[in-house]
Design a protein around this ligand. Structure first.
Ligand SMILES: [Zn+2]
Ligand SMILES: [Zn+2]
Length: 126
């Protein structure tokens, strides 16, 4: 385990937010671990392969997995206002059923619902 890999995961865990590879790289650079983009991509890719980090296609960003012990579908609720990302666990029963009917074999389901997080929803005045 290289220090860069370890720090890349720790940085994502500390932030509790989705981060671009360049944000992670900036932090690694600050700590004197390196400044070359492939360094960050390799470190993040390693954790993605291990299932500890997810890549959010829509944001082109990475986030530490909230449920690393469980095999799960990927559901990222993305706040369109502040950009906060929360991971949720969801069942894919219906997908699997309809896929089975067509003979399609699903390997992974990724859902990225967009909306407003609790702090961005309009407050109801008392
Ligand atoms: Zn996860
Ligand atoms: Zn928000």
């Amino acid at each position: 385990m290289t220090p860069v890999r370890l720090r890349a995961l720790e940085i994502l865990l500390e932030e509790h937010a989705a981060m671009g590879a360049y944000d992670v790289l900036a932090r690694l650079n600050c700590e004197g671990l390196g400044s070359k983009p492939p360094l960050a991509y390799r470190a993040l890719g390693f954790w993605v392969d291990q299932g500890f980090v997810h890549r959010i296609e829509r944001l082109n960003a990475f986030i530490a997995c909230a449920y690393p012990q469980d095999a799960h579908n990927l559901v990222f609720m993305i706040c369109r206002c502040c950009g906060t990302v929360a991971e949720a666990q969801a069942q894919s029963g219906k997908f699997v059923q309809s896929a089975a009917q067509t003979g399609f074999q699903i390997e992974q389901t990724v859902i990225e619902p967009e909306g407003l997080c609790p702090s961005c929803q309009p407050q109801v005045q008392p």
